[in-house]
Design a protein around this ligand. Structure first.
Ligand SMILES: [Mn+2]
Length: 246
């Protein structure tokens, strides 16, 4: 059954490897196990890691089990595409060359079964995200990455853990005004549908909704692996938004 496709985003795997995080990972690894059994293609649509920054020689120890699980998917014959998000944008060659993922640095089009699909993490799409779009240009700039990379990993990763812990308590803005967000994302998708895309898949907004237009075009907002535990699935050309139980 290699025609299956799975979509997942916003797992936000933490650099703070405590008991709740371990339970969250176990839940994810059981999904991975079922994907290994059915086979198919897994599309990770960004923010899989709460923080991913690749040095030339060092890999953060907190992700050892996760990296092993990703590698197990690849060796089981699952193709894994990884569209980078705003929390895990800073890759070098490790995830591609050592783990075997196919890395995409921006929104990417795929032919999936009979669908033309556009997959994008989706950060910065809303009108209200103007300030974020400016910050994004800075933190992805060559000089910022250069300076960060030359900070010792023990300091750089500790700094990222502190930021991640602080922002964990401050994610409420993603959970307000869901309907307004969704309306704006549907307008974005409508423009893509006009261009011939059948399916738009987005993460980032922690919205778990599958919207189908009158003409049969679709927008899948993937939810997250924090409170929703949702993922997208295509089996026999049918797209569904699924929940993975504890
Ligand atoms: Mn994001």
């Amino acid at each position: 059954m290699t025609d299956r496709a799975y979509f997942l985003s916003d797992v936000h795997l933490s650099l703070n490897n405590d008991a709740p995080e371990q339970r969250r990972r176990e839940r994810l690894f059981r999904l991975f196990e079922s994907i290994r059994e059915t086979g198919g293609t897994l599309y990770i649509v960004g923010d899989f890691f709460d923080f991913w920054f690749e040095y030339k020689h060092a890999v953060p120890r907190y992700y050892y089990d996760v990296l092993a699980e990703l590698r197990a998917l690849v060796t089981a014959g699952v193709q894994v595409h990884y569209i980078l998000g705003n929390h895990d944008y800073w890759t070098r060659d490790f995830l591609a060359d050592v783990i075997g993922l196919q890395i995409h640095r921006q929104a990417t089009r795929f032919t999936i079964g009979n669908r033309q699909a556009l997959l994008s993490h989706g950060d910065g799409l809303l009108a209200a995200e103007r300030g974020y779009r400016i910050m994004r240009r800075i933190i992805r700039s060559r000089w910022f990455v250069f300076l960060y990379r030359w900070t010792h990993p023990d300091i750089g990763i500790a700094f990222a853990r502190a930021i991640s812990r602080a922002s964990r308590n401050n994610q409420s803005h993603y959970y307000q005004d869901k309907d307004a967000f969704h309306e704006e994302l549907i307008r974005y998708a409508e423009a893509r549908w006009e261009e011939g895309t059948d399916l738009v898949v987005l993460g980032h907004y922690h919205l778990n909704r599958l919207h189908t237009s009158n003409g049969g075009k679709q927008l899948l907002c993937l939810g997250d692996w924090i409170s929703h535990f949702t993922y997208g699935k295509i089996v026999a050309d049918e797209l569904t938004l699924e929940f993975w139980p504890e």
